[in-house]
Design a protein around this ligand. Structure first.
Ligand SMILES: *[C@@H]1O[C@H](CO)[C@@H](O)[C@H](O)[C@H]1NC(C)=O
Ligand SMILES: *[C@@H]1O[C@H](CO)[C@@H](O)[C@H](O)[C@H]1NC(C)=O
Ligand SMILES: *[C@@H]1O[C@H](CO)[C@@H](O)[C@H](O)[C@H]1NC(C)=O
Ligand SMILES: *[C@@H]1O[C@H](CO)[C@@H](O)[C@H](O)[C@H]1NC(C)=O
Length: 340
């Protein structure tokens, strides 16, 4: 390594901040600066981040020995197909456990291996062979990711008062199992249920949600006043479902907190009414035939206009000339509109 490259690496190292050890940065990190006497021999424990242990892409079949003091453990892209009850006995203050791209099945995760980790904040088991959610989980958990498995059933998430982010996209979930599992999560802000098998919206989702992704399911209709309970919902995706006008009661999407609404790739013939506060509205690839300004502004006045900035209408039966001339009196801050 020449001096220029070394200076660059040192700049990278000193520029890194906080406890988060970025993976790309790790790849750029020179091997001769990495080492730690207690590290599992096959893994890397960077000296400048002594609480992190990296064991990615090592063809591991089981969880390696973990030295005390490790808080952030990366075991991605291995062939781990089981976790013993005592796998984490020496690191009960583990905070992040990242197990993406392994071969884990529920029956081979033994005992209460996760709930003993009383400081665990982040648990990622994406791209494995799970058929149910894992558990019991510790009350400290904030971020749970179980995407790209074959999950059909969720266990109880009772008592997870700090659980804020839940990623369950690309599984085989139906609505019944979701309602019961998630309803007690008082801190839940982010829920991704896209690419599952929902034909209805789950009932009793937590009212604390800011972001709700339900795209790529088979949802046909929305119950009356379904979103009224969600006082702070800002981002809602329902694209790639089977929504038609008859399945959407009049005021469904008139949610004053909402900033972004994606209803693209459905079967809508008219534009569902939205709140004046909405900023991004995606309606591409539906069957829209008419543009009614009343979908955006019930009344027009000096202070009463739509805040929409981006509006997508392409892939419908609308043309530029079919748009009403007075629409800009309502859509005063529109910066981008796409029509065919
Ligand atoms: C925990 O530490 C003890 C003592 O060093 C060791 O014998 C044991 O194998 C360790 N357990 C695991 C699962 O690494
Ligand atoms: C995943 O699980 C299914 C059924 O439980 C099993 O048939 C399949 O072989 C497993 N795949 C892998 C890669 O372990
Ligand atoms: C939940 O988070 C709060 C604030 O960070 C913390 O004080 C509390 O101990 C956490 N609760 C649990 C059960 O970890
Ligand atoms: C949305 O609902 C509010 C009352 O909550 C109402 O004042 C407003 O006119 C509605 N917006 C539209 C476009 O119908």
């Amino acid at each position: 390594m020449n001096l220029g490259a070394l200076t660059f690496f040192l700049a990278l190292i000193s520029g890194a901040s906080g406890h988060y050890y970025d993976y790309d940065y790790y790849l750029a990190y020179p091997a001769f600066l990495r080492s730690s006497p207690n590290c599992a021999p096959e893994c890397d424990c960077p000296e400048s981040y002594p609480t992190a242990m990296y064991c990615d892409e090592l063809k591991l079949k089981s969880v390696p020995m973990i030295p005390p003091g490790i808080k952030y453990l990366y075991l991605r892209n291995n062939q781990i197909d089981h976790i013993d009850e005592k796998a984490f006995e020496n690191v009960t203050d583990l905070q992040w456990l990242i197990l993406d791209h392994n071969l884990l099945e529920n029956s081979k995760i033994k005992g209460k291996v996760f709930s003993k980790l009383k400081q665990l904040k982040r648990l990622h088991i994406n791209y494995n062979n799970l058929t149910e959610s894992v558990g019991p989980l510790p009350k400290s958990l904030q971020d749970l990711q179980l995407t790209n498995n074959k999950i059909t059933k969720l266990g109880s998430f009772d008592g997870l008062v700090n659980l804020t982010f839940v990623h369950l996209q690309h599984n085989q979930l139906k609505e019944e199992t979701i309602s019961a599992a998630l309803k007690g999560l008082k801190s839940l802000e982010y829920l991704d249920l896209s690419f599952n098998q929902l034909s209805k919206l789950p009932s009793d989702l937590p009212m604390s949600l800011l972001t709700l992704y339900l795209d790529n399911n088979q949802i046909k209709n929305i119950p009356d006043a379904y979103f009224k309970r969600f006082g702070v919902l800002q981002y809602l995706r329902l694209s790639h479902n089977e929504l038609a006008d008859s399945g959407i009661p009049g005021d469904t999407f008139n949610i004053s907190s909402l900033l972004e609404l994606d209803l693209s790739y459905n079967k809508l013939k008219s534009i569902p009414t939205v709140s004046e506060n909405l900023e991004n509205y995606y309606l591409e690839v539906n069957q829209l035939e008419k543009f009614d300004v009343k979908s955006f502004c019930k009344i027009l006045g000096p202070l009463s206009y739509s805040k929409i900035k981006h509006l997508r209408l392409d892939g419908n039966r609308l043309t530029q000339s079919s748009l009403p001339h007075d629409m800009y009196e309502c859509l005063r801050v529109l910066s981008e509109i796409t029509v065919n």
